[in-house]
Every structure is written in C-alpha cells, then in structure tokens.
Design a protein around this ligand. Structure first.
Ligand SMILES: [Zn+2]
Length: 481
C-alpha cells in the first residue's frame, strides 16, 4: 500500500526514479495530466496511448458530483475514468481556498479518496499563498501539520498519503515544513501553493522555495511540484530536485487557442506553421487546425504531446549527464526563467551536495557555465597538485622545449597539470574562444594552484590579447607572447 520511491540515476539534484503506489508504478520525472471528470477533453484511455503512466484528479469534484460520486464509490476511480495506471487524487484544498469555503474535514476527504480507490491521497492541507504575512503562514502550517499527523494516526503509517509542504516564500518555513514531513515519515511530498509564483513568472523565488523545501525533506522523498505544467520550466525544476509535475495547462491553453512549445507559448491564430513532430501537427496545416471543428481537442493533444516529450527529454538528460545543458537552453527562452536559472547557479553550493554525476560532459555555453559545480570542484582539486620548481603555463602562446613541466591553461578551469590532462572534467571539456568571464575563473584556479606552490618559478606563455591580463594578475611570473 505504501508509497515507495527508488532513485536510479542522478544529475545535479535531478533524479530518475521509480515511484510505486500499491501495485502501480511509474518512472520519474513524470507528468500527471490533470483530469476533470466533467470535461474529459482527452479521455484518460487515450492519454495512456500517448505514454501517460499516471494522472491526477480532484477528489473534491468527485465528492460534489451527482453524476460521478456514486459511480466512483461503487466502481472505483480507475473504472470510472477508464484508466488502469496510477491515479493520484488531490483533496481540492487549493481550489476550495481560491473559490470559496471548505465544507469537508480532513478525515472525510481521506476516507473518500480511500473509498474510490485512489493510489495516492492528499490530506486537507492549508495552501498558503506566497504573499501572506509570516504569522499567518506559521499558524496555517501548524494546522496542516496537525492534519498530517492525524492522517497517519487514522489511516496507518503505510497508507499512500502525500504530505504537502507549505511555507509561502519564507525559506526557513519551507525548510521546517520539509523537516516535519520527514519527521512524520512521509515519502511523497508535494511542494504546495506555488502556482501564483509560476503564473507571475516569479521563477527566482520558485527556485528558492524548492531548494529550501528540499533542505528539510528526506533526500529519498519523491518531490511533486504542485501545478507546474509548462514544459519550459521542467528542466530547471528537475535540476532543483523535483520528480513529479501535474498539469492542466494542456487543456486550459487549448481552450484559449494557445499552442505550447518547449520554450514558450504561441497563439494558434498568429501561426503560419506548426513546428512540431506530433501526429496533430504533421497531419494538419496551421490553417486547417485553426478552422477545424475539433480545434480545441487537437490543440490539447498537441499540447500534451509536447509536454510529455519534454519530460522524456529531461529524463534522457539526467541519464546522459547533460541536464545542465538542457536547463541552460530552456532558461534562455524567457528573461524571468533566466533569472530563475541565475538564482539556481547562486545557490549551487547548496545544490552541489546532491550532485554525484562524474561522467557529465562540460560544454561552455556562456558566463553561467563558470558557476557550474565542476568548476569550483576542479579549483579545489587542482590546488592539491604539487608542481616542480619551474613550470610553463601554456595560455595560448608558444611552448618552448626548455620547460620540463608544462601545464595548459584552459578557462574556466585554469591550469591543467600533466596529472589532470586526461581527467574529467577539464581535460575533455569543450570551450570556445576565450572571453573575459571564463578567463577570470581560469585565473582564479591558477592562483589557487600557485598559492599552494609558493616556491615554483612560473612562466606564462600567452597571446597579445591576454598578455596584459596575465602580467597584471601574476606580477611575479615571467609572461611572454
Ligand atoms: Zn504538435
């Protein structure tokens, strides 16, 4: 019955995992499309054929529906929705908060979710909006905590319960909520009430919220980012350690005539081409799709296909050790995403402890690459190397044969002594023509190496472009071109 999560591969804080709830199992990162029983624009059976392994639906809608309540109670959710994969139910607390009062108790919603055969149940938490005052956030978190304890007491420690992590935009509170979830033994933890941050493109704060929550959670917990459905941010969120996403965006956007791409959203009415490989886009022209009587459904199918393809791409990137490149690429699509990416890089020292990738290739893609953990780790490693008494640093200039020891200078890493020439990451790294930023990081590495080798006489061979820089930074060294 219990929810279990097994981590198979890691890259940065991203993971590929196996999430099991009862007899059902899905691979993560995963997208759970949101299914509203009243508006099944794409029936769940059809989603399954598109590769969907799990869906999420709202228990509150079922409990309030004349049409569906009894059916779900007697036949079970899987039969009613025609979907035999994993079905998670949300208590609907977020909707209740946004659209009106709560008229159901924690015990009632969980009892209902159990009765209709849901695979993962969500207790009635209190979703705290990002800009609530701190005192209110704390008191609401305390109520949520009581309900999480109550859920375990009533339904047992092995019940397939999720534990939402709240705390608004207060880092210490998100962390505390994560710690409480870990303390109560929860293994499935959605990060809650972040939709308003995503709707307002507050990605910088979103990155903080995820990293702070992760700091409190058990490292083995499966983390669900509630309501994150646009594919442009999956790579960033996965790199911060999110494993599951859910989304109604495929359907909501289709209703508004919006066409999702991995880097943003377009308006179908303004499009002249359908730049996508999905069956809908390959069997229609833009004009045909605009005029089709099935336009909304076709657009939803495209939107879902693109979203699922991006989830596959994120999984592939984690498996290959190229998640950094994917994050870098996606986050350049929008200035606010770039802002989120920069925040992610700023917090890299905290994230790097989750990072165990040793095979990752390093492609230099601009100044952000200097902040990757490979660079700072290399700097620490290189400073442990012992140099001989006389060394040439080959920074782009000629290499005379009179030097017994030569170390190539390769920014942003810096010096590559003979011992490290073949080793990952600096040896095989791909770097373009040098720029100021990367040279500055390389110099930092060289300074760290020389600080540990004060007796070594250093000669630097470079080009006219960098001569001044090296003379200025290393007044003790002989610099020539
Ligand atoms: Zn398409």
């Amino acid at each position: 019955m219990a929810v279990t999560f097994e981590i198979l591969h890691k890259d940065i804080a991203g993971r590929i995992g196996k999430l099991k709830a009862g007899e059902r199992q899905i691979k993560t990162p995963a997208l759970l499309p949101v299914v509203n029983p009243h508006l099944q624009i794409i029936p769940p059976a059809e989603m399954k054929k598109m590769g969907v392994e799990g869906i999420i639906t709202n228990a509150y809608i079922f409990s309030k529906s004349k049409e569906f309540r009894e059916q779900a109670e007697t036949r079970g959710l899987h039969d009613v929705l025609g979907f035999d994969g994993l079905i998670m139910t949300d208590s609907g607390s977020f909707q209740m908060m946004v659209y009106g009062g709560v008229d159901i108790t924690n015990e009632e919603t969980l009892g209902f979710q159990k009765k209709i055969g849901s695979d993962i149940w969500v207790p009635l938490d209190i979703p705290t909006l990002p800009d609530e005052p701190r005192e209110d956030v704390i008191s609401q978190m305390d109520i949520t905590w009581e309900r999480m304890k109550q859920a375990k007491e009533i339904f047992g420690k092995d019940a397939p319960l999720a534990c939402p992590v709240q705390g608004a935009v207060f880092g210490d509170l998100r962390k505390k909520a994560g710690e409480r979830a870990a303390e109560l033994g929860y293994t499935y933890c959605p990060i809650g009430a972040v939709v308003p941050l995503m709707e307002a493109y507050r990605y910088r704060e979103l990155v903080d919220v995820i990293i702070d929550a992760k700091k409190g959670l058990s490292p083995g917990a499966c983390v669900h980012l509630f309501g994150a459905g646009h594919p442009s941010m999956f790579a960033l969120a996965a790199a911060c350690g999110c494993d599951v996403f859910d989304s109604a965006a495929y359907a909501l956007y289709a209703k508004d005539g919006r066409y999702i791409t991995p880097s943003g959203t377009l308006h179908l009415d303004e499009m002249t081409e359908l730049p996508c490989a999905c069956p809908v886009c390959r069997s229609h022209t833009a004009e045909e799709l605009k005029k089709s009587p099935d336009r909304q459904k076709l657009l939803a199918q495209h939107n879902l296909a693109v979203t699922l393809a991006e989830i596959s791409r994120v999984r592939a990137a984690i498996a290959e050790g190229t998640l950094f490149e994917l994050v870098d690429e996606r986050c350049r699509a929008h200035p606010k995403l770039l802002d989120g990416y920069r925040r992610f890089l700023e917090r890299m020292p905290e994230i790097a402890k989750f990072d165990c990738s040793s095979k990752r290739r390093f492609f230099y893609r601009g100044s952000e690459s200097c902040l990757r953990p490979e660079v700072s780790r290399y700097h620490e490693m290189v400073s442990r190397i012992e140099l001989s008494s006389d060394v040439l640093i080959a920074a782009g200039g000629p290499v005379p044969s009179r030097f017994a020891e030569v170390a190539e200078f390769k920014p942003p890493f810096g010096p590559i002594p003979y011992e490290l020439a073949e080793t990952w990451p600096a040896g095989p790294a791909e770097v373009p023509t040098w720029d100021e930023e990367m040279v500055a990081y390389g110099i930092k590495g060289l300074k760290m190496l020389l600080a540990e080798n004060p007796k070594t006489h250093v000669t630097i061979s470079t080009t006219a472009r960098w001569e001044e820089t090296f003379r200025r930074e290393f007044p003790e060294a002989d610099v020539f071109i």
